[in-house]
Design a protein around this ligand. Structure first.
Ligand SMILES: [Fe+2]
Length: 349
């Protein structure tokens, strides 16, 4: 409901939010109520379990910090620099800090269930990932303070800690691959396995590598606010936010409904169409971004003129986005086809 209200208010221009925290500001309070209800629901479920595992604890910590870190974005500042400074606490610490805890928690749960490797082994890796995330992610916030009017020491802090940020994602990718190799490979749900491995690898490329590509201050001076960011952002969000959700749905739904979501070719097509489409989109954004940086920021060509010159890349983008959308549509078709709990499900089991 909050979401609907936010979208309506946003399009009606009743209230305005800010970049990346687009929700109209009065609705922030509704978000707080929603999040508290959500947290209560999840945490009570977790703590009702037989034993509290490291995986559950990391997930719970991630969710709790996500809620707490919404608060700096709610403070009102008249000064734009101060406002931007605290806004990045929310945006950066969410996407490059606590989300990695949530992602690590879900990933480790999936790997325990799917690969059959011992929980002790998997959770040891989880500690490493949490450690790397905190080490790099918190002070990595500095890469948003480069040119907003914050003190210049942020250039150094941002540069050093941002350079370490891909390590957490690299650890996650290596972790998933290592556990897959170690595992028995007997679990029938190959779809869940495919999305699990996919999320670990694509988030490393999209968030880790493409993030590091423009995170140093002397590179960012030229690339800030260009389509280079769009290239990184699309693949990072897809890998780290969307694919992990598809992975947990692919794993959980057959368990909840008894219907074999994974026993057909459509799920494999959904995976490949969406991922090939996303690689294409990222490449198109990347090519457009590099051309844009060179023309606009180095040659000094005017903004609109540059946009006209890089138009062919957007044609490629639309084609690849269509391929991507076909993949997502296939996933949804499969979801609705096999997602409803029915009598048939009970018979099958
Ligand atoms: Fe960031």
């Amino acid at each position: 409901m909050t979401c609907v209200a936010a979208i309506v208010a946003f399009h009606m221009n009743w209230w305005e939010g800010r970049k990346f925290l687009e929700i109209p500001r009065p609705l922030d309070w509704l978000v707080v109520v929603n999040v508290l209800a959500f947290l209560f629901n999840i945490l009570m479920t977790l703590f009702k379990g037989k034993r509290q595992t490291t995986t559950a604890l990391v997930l719970a910590m991630g969710l709790l910090f996500t809620a707490l870190l919404y608060l700096p974005g709610m403070i009102w500042f008249d000064n734009h620099t101060l406002d931007s400074f605290y806004r990045w606490y929310v945006v950066h610490l969410w996407v490059e800090g606590v989300w990695e805890l949530i992602m690590g928690g879900i990933l480790s749960f999936l790997l325990i269930k799917i690969t059959g490797v011992d929980r002790e082994v998997i959770e040891k890796w989880l500690y490493v990932i949490v450690g790397l995330t905190f080490l790099s992610g918190i002070l990595g916030t500095g890469h948003h303070f480069y040119y907003i009017g914050a003190p210049s020491y942020w250039l150094w802090i941002g540069a050093i800690f941002s350079a370490m940020e891909p390590l957490a994602f690299l650890a996650m990718a290596l972790f998933a691959i290592k556990m897959y190799r170690k595992g028995e490979k007997k679990h029938p749900n190959k779809t869940a396995l495919q999305w699990t491995m996919g999320t670990a690898i694509v988030s490393f490329v999209g968030a880790g590598l493409l993030g590091a590509a423009h995170t140093l201050p002397n590179v960012n001076l030229y690339t800030h606010g260009t389509l280079v960011t769009a290239a990184h952002g699309h693949m990072a969000f897809w890998g780290a936010y969307a694919m992990i959700v598809f992975a947990i749905i692919a794993y959980a739904m057959p368990n909840l409904t008894g219907r074999k979501l994974y026993d057909n070719g459509i799920t494999r097509s959904a995976f490949w169409f969406s991922n090939i489409g996303m690689v294409g989109m990222t490449s198109a954004f990347g090519a457009a971004g590099v051309a844009q940086v060179y023309m606009e920021r180095i040659m000094g060509v005017e903004f609109m003129e540059t946009q006209l010159e890089i138009q062919p890349h957007f044609l490629v983008l639309i084609i690849c986005a269509t391929v991507f959308s076909i993949g997502i549509t296939l996933y949804l078709i499969n979801f609705f086809q096999y997602g409803q709990p029915t009598d048939e499900a009970l018979i099958q089991e």
